[in-house]
Design a protein around this ligand. Structure first.
Ligand SMILES: [Zn+2]
Length: 255
């Protein structure tokens, strides 16, 4: 039985290999330039449509100011992805490069155990670009840093002050990346938000944090929450711990 399964799997893998696009191709849509190779043309077209159909919803919801066209680079293997991004020994399937570019490693049943929905991964990475654009434009508007040192000072300030848990959580939320089993697994021991800054469990539970925020305080708080670098007191009128307790309770009741 296993032998037959293996042969069928191997055959499909060969068929896929013969059908994927060998040379880099480009799909230009209104807001994205999608560069791809090593995946099917139909997969690239679906991703391009998924990005365009989520573009306005997310930018309106988070109040993103003007946004230049975004370059998307889709790679077929981890090696291609790591070479293109300069990441060493990375196992990531996506990373953003500033507000106007992101890279994806396209995962399928042939190169991944339980591959994710790559269209959702693309929307997740796009949301990173949106967050960065909002923070950069806001810093420019408020003249937060001196022009000549802007890039360096912004990056330093961002790395020291923007919480990693929210950086990921809002992307999973906007991309609709959530499932009950993973949430329950990740919520074992009720992690604090601070713990999620350095834990992979953020990818299991991240969606539920903005979901809870929106359910109690409303979607319209999201833009200010981002621009405040996640200041609970100022934007939501509660302490981080009060929010955390409410979130724990919300997840235990809803998942
Ligand atoms: Zn991410």
């Amino acid at each position: 039985m296993l032998g037959i399964t293996a042969i069928v799997y191997f055959s499909f893998s060969l068929i896929r290999k013969s059908r994927v696009v060998k040379e880099t191709q480009l799909i230009e849509s209104e807001h994205f330039s999608l560069n791809y190779k090593g995946i099917l043309k139909s997969e690239a077209e679906e991703m391009s449509s998924a990005l365009e159909s989520n573009y306005h919803r997310i930018r309106i919801e988070l109040d993103d100011p003007n946004h230049d066209k975004i370059n998307v680079f889709v790679h077929p293997t981890q090696k291609d992805f790591n070479t293109a991004t300069g990441l060493k020994n990375s196992t990531a399937n996506g990373t953003s490069r500033g507000p106007f570019a992101f890279h994806l490693k396209f995962e399928t049943w042939y190169n991944s155990f339980l591959p994710p929905d790559m269209n959702k991964v693309a929307v997740h990475e796009f949301t990173h670009c949106v967050q960065l654009n909002i923070l950069i434009q806001d810093a420019i508007a408020k003249k937060k840093f001196k022009n000549e040192d802007f890039d360096k000072e912004f990056e330093k300030f961002y790395l020291e002050n923007y919480p990693q848990w929210f950086w990921e959580a809002i992307c999973d939320y906007e991309a609709g990346m959530v499932n009950k089993t993973s949430v329950n697994y990740g919520m074992k021991g009720n992690p604090t938000l601070k713990e999620l800054n350095t834990s992979n469990q953020i990818y299991n539970v991240g969606y539920t944090i903005p979901e809870y925020l929106v359910s109690i305080y409303g979607k319209e708080k999201l833009p200010d929450f981002i621009k405040s670098y996640c200041n609970f007191e100022k934007v939501l009128g509660v302490s981080e711990q009060e929010f955390e307790n409410g979130w724990h309770k919300y997840v235990s009741e809803n998942y």
